[in-house]
Write a protein that binds this ligand. Sequence first.
Ligand SMILES: [Zn+2]
Length: 130
Amino acid sequence: MNAKQRDELKALLLALHSELTDKTPSRIEPNRTDDARIGGDEDEQPLNEMMQAIASNRNRNMDGVLARVLKALGKLRDDPDAFGECEECGDEIPLGRLRAMPYAEFCVTCQGNKDGPKGRATRSKLTDYT
Ligand SMILES: [Zn+2]
């Protein structure tokens, strides 16, 4: 990776960083009965709970991304030559992948290896009960 490509990815990371830090976290609103809304039927309650679950999930994911953005920026500063290398196998992560996800830590293969066994373990655990 050359300096120009690193600059491009750094700009992407900085943009992501400001987007993630300036944006107020999705607020978790208390259950409310809004009279202005049509109805007030009892179906609304489970929906609110679902929305809260989604909102808190989203906050968790955003925190994870922010941590990786910060890590990638630190790497760019401290060890720019290693930036863009897979942390697992040391191969260069393709630029296209980095453009889409400048905070990527692993190449597609290693990411797949990491995601794979975990998914299988969960599934086999579920079938233990049968
Ligand atoms: Zn790799």
